[in-house]
Ligand binder design. Structure first.
Ligand code: ZN
Length: 159
């Protein structure tokens, strides 16, 4: 159901040259993260760890997080999945690292809103590349998998 093919060239009415160029840019960002994911490693000294599973697609990720007080000092992930799940995880580790708990939770909300088609206008940095996912409901879980794992860990760190 969820191949490594990206959904952005699904059949449908033409959407105009500008939007197509943007789709191609976003697609190349996603493919690049899929080929060379950032922070793709175990973290032996992590303070939190969570697994993410998306049975609809077969994506399986583990996300590690290290908190120092209120700050996320390191994030990493490992696993296998489609290009969207890996690219989203890779970009998540980049933007969440160094953030406070509140900032990381706000990023979760902004990215979740973006991929479900209700963008908040918040600055999600490179994650904008995932905006096309909202047109493909089955891929929303792929895009948000690592984010849910991260949010679970942040929540646990509250205790
Ligand atoms: Zn997937």
């Amino acid at each position: 159901m969820c191949s490594s093919d990206l959904p952005f060239h699904a059949p449908g009415p033409a959407v105009g040259a500008v939007s197509t160029e943007l789709d191609e840019l976003y697609q190349s960002i996603i493919l690049d993260h899929n080929r060379r994911p950032k922070n793709f490693r175990d973290m032996p000294d992590a303070t939190a760890k969570a697994d993410g599973l998306n049975p609809l697609c077969g994506d399986q990720l583990t996300v590690w997080l290290r908190m120092d007080g209120d700050q996320v000092t390191d994030v990493s992930f490992r696993g296998q999945g489609c290009a969207i799940s890996k690219a989203s995880a890779s970009m998540m580790t980049q933007v969440v690292k160094g953030k406070s708990r509140a900032e990381a939770e706000r990023l979760f909300d902004d990215v979740h809103a973006l991929v479900t088609g209700h963008p908040t206008g918040g600055d999600v940095g490179p994650l904008k590349a995932l905006s096309g996912v909202s047109k493909f409901p089955l891929r929303v879980k792929c895009a948000s998998l690592a984010w849910h794992a991260m949010k679970t860990e942040i929540g646990r760190a509250h205790v």
